[in-house]
Unconditional design. Sequence first.
Length: 151
Amino acid sequence: MPLGNLTSQFFANVYLNELDYFVKHKLKAKYYIRYVDDFVILHSSKEQLEKWKIEIDNFLKEKLKLELHPDKSKIINLSRGIDFVGFRNFYYFKLLRKRNIRKILKKIELYKNEVISHKKILESFQGWQAYAKWANTFKLRKKIVKKIYSE
């Protein structure tokens, strides 16, 4: 089943439902968010998060035959921002991932060099803008529009 396929997303939600119950009812984590196979737990104590990480890893291995990704499972301070569901999430705001900004700037460069058409850059920009509007990007989006229409 291809990654990102709606069926695989559905089955991930069904399969990981047990993880939700474990984290919310056994560990009693108050701030737990999961989207398909990505999840975040917020807590003021780093020690508590480290303990929970071990317990979750054990639960996943024993009950669901899954493992936490060693490079993506980390405990970080919220002030650094959490990379989750396509954004860098902070306490009071969210930003786009830097690579997503670089991608649209690269497409604008291709448009300026006449590698892609005006129609293609507008399609790309509309898709990017639909994503970008969910973050704190008002000034960035205005700047990108100016880049597209400047000579």
